[in-house]
Design a protein around this ligand. Structure first.
Ligand SMILES: C[S@@+](CC[C@H](N)C(=O)[O-])C[C@H]1O[C@@H](n2cnc3c(N)ncnc32)[C@H](O)[C@@H]1O
Length: 267
């Protein structure tokens, strides 16, 4: 995995939208007794959920030893949460199963640092296997519809507004080298989700933030025999306002731009 230049900054950024991320709590079924948080990093989200639901036991897993150590140090007196380092797949040999598997802002990293779509498919198949019967899978990530990938003439005008910013133009050029000429909402939307991470561009620039569309997730869940209960894409108001301030975009121009997708599926 690409080294994180500044882990402290990375973790701070990730925990900033905590209240936004905690909206996933609405999708935890009432009778839930156990939750596996896959890719928990320093446990910020896991610990906040564990405090909201003291009767549910939480296990957070991550590949990054330092993050997991940090999470373990934050457990304190809590009895309902533990953190472990390792792959989701390694847990399948244990008999332990969960009522909910959570993937919060992680599947794009599985895609980018693993083997692309096959890593995502394997992760969701593993999650399916580690869930109890009727178990629930919750995904929160940056997800767009296939339609966003269609080339659109008017995206060119929006791209010119981005290019006009001298400090952003080099990032845009680098982005186009990696992901191709920007001619669709998907590409511009993708860029708008990451241009602010210029101090960690070496890592963030290359990551594919929007690798799997809602339609592709639908296909995966169909194969796994899971029912999709909920699907939604939205835009965090702070981000939309930032895009307007930084580039002078209008509400109309930004109408189909999104920051967040949520999918809830049941086994
Ligand atoms: C963007 S962070 C999200 C952290 C946390 N879920 C949150 O929303 O604040 C992504 C995390 O996924 C972890 N990760 C990436 N690939 C992983 C994998 N294959 N298995 C477990 N964790 C992984 C990274 O180490 C990182 O801590």
């Amino acid at each position: 995995m690409e080294e994180i230049a500044n882990p402290k900054l990375y973790l701070e950024r990730m925990s900033k939208p905590l209240q936004e991320k905690l909206k996933i709590a609405r999708f935890i079924p009432q009778d839930t007794r156990s939750i596996l948080d896959v890719g928990c990093a320093d446990g910020t989200v896991t610990l906040a959920l564990a405090d909201m639901y003291p009767t549910i036991s939480f296990v957070g897993i991550d590949l990054d030893e330092e993050f997991v150590k940090k999470a373990q140090e934050c457990v304190g007196e809590r009895k309902n949460v533990k953190f472990e380092c390792g792959f989701l797949r390694e847990r399948l040999v244990n008999p332990e199963r969960f009522d909910v598997a959570l993937f919060c802002s992680v599947l794009h990293e599985f895609f980018s640092y693993g083997e692309g779509i096959s890593t995502v498919v394997k992760a969701l198949a593993d999650a399916h296997e580690i869930l109890n019967p009727q178990g629930t899978l919750i995904i929160r990530d940056m997800i767009l519809y296939d339609y966003a990938g269609k080339s659109q003439l008017w995206v060119k005008e929006m791209k010119e507004k981005v290019k006009a910013k001298a400090e952003i133009a080099p990032l845009l050029a680098d982005f186009e080298n990696i992901f191709g000429v920007m001619n669709s909402v998907k590409q511009l939307n993708h860029f708008l989700l990451k241009y602010m991470y210029d101090d960690n561009w070496e890592r963030e620039g290359k990551e594919n933030y929007v690798p799997v569309s809602f339609e592709e997730y639908d296909q995966i869940f169909r194969l796994l025999g899971m029912s999709v209960l909920f699907q939604r894409s939205s835009t965090i108001p702070y981000l939309k306002n930032k895009w307007k301030d930084d580039f002078g975009f209008s509400d109309g121009e930004l109408e189909s731009f999104r920051s967040t997708g949520i999918i809830v599926a049941r086994k």
